[in-house]
Design a protein. Sequence first.
Length: 269
Amino acid sequence: MLSKSNPKQIFTILRCLFVIFAIANSYGQNTTYNQFWNEIQFNQTLNKKWSTEIDLGAAYSSTAASSNLFENTIQRSLRGWGHYYFSPRWKFSTFLAYYNNRDVPEIGQFESPEWRFALQGIYYFHKTGYTLSTRMRTEFRHMKNQDDDFENVFRYRHQIKYIQPLNSKVLRKGVIYATASDEIYLKSGTKVTGESFFDRNRLNIGAGYLFSDDVQIELAYANEYLPRNNGNQMTNAASLTMSFNNLFKNIKKRIESKLHDKEKKDDEE
């Protein structure tokens, strides 16, 4: 059972998954791309049960002629979330996003703007010293194909993720943590994304640091295997994510605190 797993068992499972996909990819891989993904997340707490989030993202990629992972800007995105914390173990979310896809290798070298709506649930196995979670996400994608027609794509994603604090038993200010995850993608067949039912597998291994309870950074390596009609693809990506919790609320508190200190000092003088 997952709830009885320990860190060594989790890492063993992830290593096995990596070996399996490395072997599979060695036979099916036709093209390899190097990419860089970055995202800035702004989270805002509304109350004990609800929070909102805005994500700004960009992705860069190498090409068939150049191995430079910054050769092309292939995607920019804006995503708005709503999160509901049903219980300490369950978190439900939804988002609406716009993706400006340009020269994305996986769908073809053409502009493909996309609107995306998703429903998501995360279940947490809270354990002393580490956290294990499983994420289920259903995505409805409305995107343009090479004939300038918009198609509707249905995609399901399932992820298992492991987080291990390295210099503490809990995530808090000053803590470095390691993270590993594996995710499979299943989709409906369309012209723009291909006819295969299996969309891709994504393996992530990385680390993060909490500057404070409200600011953190995470750097990861991602390996993706994508079977496509015109040849399988492998993507090796570096991923950088910055997260800010209650940024504007904290800025407001600091300004109000400075004004209060100034007024107090003026009164004393």
